[in-house]
Design a protein around this ligand. Structure first.
Ligand SMILES: [Zn+2]
Length: 252
C-alpha cells in the first residue's frame, strides 16, 4: 500500500502538465512520443482507406490555412499534416500528434478561409493541448487501477504486461472517441487565439457555429454530434474574443 501511494505521488509529479494558452493542469500518463505514434498509425490507416481529394487547389488551400494556424502556436515539435477526404460528411478531426482531416462535406458549408481557420484552429488545439493523451490517461486509470501507475513510469518490470494490455485498449478506443465538453471548450478557446494570432477574423467562427446550429434540424451534420453548437458554446466564443480584444491580442 505504501509503495502504491509513493507510486501515485511520483506519478502525479511526472504526469502533471499544463495545457498551452489556458494553463489548465493536466494528468498525462502517456508520453508525447507514444501518443504521436498512435495518431500516426491511425492516420496512415485512414490515408489508405479513405478517398483523399485530388483537388490540387483545395489541398493547397487547406495546407496553407493549416500551416498558418500551426505556426501561430509557436510549437515546433508537431509533424503537422493537413488532408481533405472526398466524402459528403460534414466533419473534421485531428489525430494525436497533429494529423488533421477535413471532409469535403464540411468545406462546402464554409463561406470563407476564416471559417475554415476557425475549425482548423479548434482541431489543431485538440492536438496541441494533447486532449487525446489526456483521455487515454484517464482511461488507463479507470480501466486498470492503481497497479498500473508504476508501470506507466516503467519502474517495476512485473507490471509491464499489464501496462501493454491497458495501452492496447487505450489505443483502440482512445484515439477516435469524442472529446468531453471541457476539452471542447478548451479547444474553442485555444482555436480562437490561434486564428487571431494567424491573422484571421475570429467573428467568422461565430458565423460558422451559428450556421452549424441552423443546420442542426432534420439531418444534423456529423460534426454536431461531437461538437454541439449550442448557445453556451457561441456565448463562450464571443467572450474569448472580447478577452483577446481587452488584453490587446486582437485589435479587430
Ligand atoms: Zn472538438
Amino acid at each position: 500500500m505504501r509503495w502504491l501511494l509513493c507510486a501515485v505521488v511520483v506519478l502525479m509529479m511526472a504526469g502533471c502538465a499544463k495545457a498551452p494558452i489556458t494553463g489548465r493542469s493536466q494528468l498525462l500518463l502517456i508520453d508525447y512520443a507514444a501518443e504521436t505514434a498512435m495518431g500516426l498509425s491511425e492516420s496512415e490507416k485512414i490515408k489508405q482507406n479513405a478517398k483523399l481529394s485530388s483537388d490540387v487547389r483545395l489541398n493547397a488551400r487547406i495546407r496553407q490555412i493549416g500551416a498558418r494556424i500551426a505556426e501561430a502556436s509557436g510549437e515546433k515539435k508537431f509533424a503537422w499534416e493537413f488532408h481533405v477526404i472526398e466524402e459528403d460528411v460534414a466533419n473534421a478531426f485531428c489525430l494525436p500528434g497533429g494529423k488533421v482531416f477535413f471532409y469535403t462535406g464540411i468545406l462546402k458549408i464554409m463561406d470563407n478561409d476564416d471559417q475554415i481557420a476557425a475549425v482548423m484552429g479548434h482541431e489543431v488545439a485538440h492536438a496541441l493541448a494533447r486532449h487525446g493523451g489526456e483521455r487515454m490517461s484517464m482511461q488507463m486509470l479507470g480501466n486498470v487501477g492503481g497497479e498500473l501507475l508504476g508501470a506507466a513510469l516503467e519502474v517495476p518490470a512485473q507490471y509491464h504486461g499489464l501496462y501493454t494490455q491497458a495501452y492496447g485498449m487505450a489505443s483502440q478506443v482512445g484515439v477516435m472517441l469524442p472529446f468531453s465538453r471541457k476539452h471542447e471548450s478548451e479547444a474553442d478557446q485555444i482555436g480562437i487565439y490561434l486564428m487571431v494570432k494567424a491573422g484571421y477574423n475570429p467573428h467568422e467562427a461565430i458565423t460558422f457555429w451559428k450556421n452549424m446550429q441552423r443546420l442542426g434540424g432534420k439531418k444534423p451534420p456529423e460534426f454536431l454530434s461531437t461538437h454541439p453548437s449550442d448557445a453556451t458554446r457561441i456565448k463562450e466564443i464571443e467572450a474569448y474574443i472580447k478577452t483577446l480584444q481587452k488584453n490587446g491580442v486582437y485589435k479587430g
